[in-house]
Design a protein around this ligand. Structure first.
Ligand code: PMP
Length: 359
């Protein structure tokens, strides 16, 4: 830290993203990225966008916003695009929280929320999950805070029913409730809170292209809410980064959004691989939570989780461990292709010095 760094941020601990190693032959199951390439139309769309790079990008991302609005069944004025959902989370917290309006979130959830609060000077209200990592909506009454819920949650992989979210929305009519649905496309039909947006002016649904649309590197997210909320967030966006989405990413996102068939096929493949991987771990004595995401949250039966992480890392298989209370014994494993999962299990069995479990 230099002597010029502002003292108000001196205590800030930045978020630690999953590492991005440039090593050949790496099986990368540590950042919940999609193992499949973007939809086939994305490359041509990005190529076509190059000619337009001379100009600034579209301030309103008209093409992308309209593609999203069509897919979500809402008017375009209900949609805001962002530079990843991380940016939309920042815009929302900046717009709807301040010293007098804290942000409430679970003790075990996306660890970027507390970092954003610290960056923006927003007080935090941490609400513990139950012993089994499920969310009790009754805990979100009378908090006097805006709320963010990752649903399905990360890193637990668990989905709370939309009825639980609705209960929280109704108990907090004067606060914004942000539902971060980064993983909802892997959760099956009826999991999304999008249908609730129409009846709840305090609901903001945050989505991303990083997971189910294979565009993590394009940095694209969007959120859906009633036009008042979207207008508030636009005021913040136009006060700090009006051209937040670059033209190539906009083109990539629009092309990915239009290819529903590819989207369905890749999501189905990941869900199928997820079921097989969960079974493989359970056969080896692991406790595996019922995942509604593109990753598994699992507890090994014998060796400490951090040791397994290291043993796999030596074999060029990256997974994720959080050295945090309540989840120190757990590991988060992103779902890769079937071949990558085979590499994961081979490395695991080799590290454990055991023959593969009979199946
Ligand atoms: N929310 C959750 C719950 C996440 O796990 C992630 C991915 N790290 C994000 C948001 C951020 O996604 P994006 O790539 O769209 O910024």
């Amino acid at each position: 830290m230099s002597r010029f760094f502002t003292p108000t941020l001196a205590a800030l601990t930045p978020y630690t993203p999953g590492e991005q190693l440039a090593v050949a032959d790496l099986v990368k199951l540590n950042a919940n990225e999609n193992p499949y390439p973007p939809a086939p139309g994305v490359a041509a769309a990005v190529g076509d966008a190059v000619a337009g790079l001379r100009l600034y990008s579209d301030l309103r991302q008209t093409k992308l916003t309209e593609a999203i609005a069509r897919r979500c069944g809402v008017p375009a004025s209900w949609v805001l695009c962002g530079n990843g959902s991380d940016e939309n989370l920042l815009l929302a917290i900046r717009a709807f929280c301040d010293g007098g309006t804290p942000l409430a979130f679970a003790d075990i959830t996306y660890s970027f929320y507390p970092v954003l609060c610290d960056l923006l000077g927003v007080p935090k209200r941490v609400v513990p999950l139950r012993g089994d990592f499920t969310l009790d909506p009754a805990d979100y009454r009378g908090l006097g805070a805006a709320i963010v819920i990752a649903n399905p949650n990360a890193p637990t992989s668990l989905l709370a029913p939309t009825a639980a979210v609705e209960e929280i929305l109704q108990a907090n009519p004067d606060r914004v409730v942000i539902v971060d649905e980064a993983y909802v496309d892997f959760a099956g039909p009826g999991a999304s809170c999008l249908p609730l947006v129409k009846d709840h002016e305090n609901l903001l649904v945050v989505r991303t292209f990083s997971k189910s649309r294979s565009l993590a590197g394009a940095r694209l997210g969007f959120c859906v809410g009633q036009p008042g909320l979207i207008a508030d967030m636009n005021r913040v966006k136009f006060s700090y980064s009006p051209y937040n989405i670059n033209s190539m990413s906009e083109a990539a996102g629009a092309a990915a959004m239009e290819d529903e068939d590819y989207f369905r096929r890749t999501v189905a493949a990941i869900c199928e691989t997820r079921a097989a991987a969960a079974a493989g771990l359970r056969d080896r004595g692991w406790q595996v939570l019922d995942s509604a995401t593109n990753f598994l949250f699992a507890r090994p039966p014998r060796r400490p989780a951090a040791e397994i992480l290291e043993a796999l890392r030596r074999r060029r298989v990256l997974i994720r461990h959080f050295d945090a209370p309540r989840i120190r014994d757990w590991l988060r494993i992103s779902i890769g292709t079937p071949a990558q999962m085979q590499r994961f299990f081979d490395a695991l069995d080799e590290a454990e010095g055991a023959a593969p479990a009979a199946r």
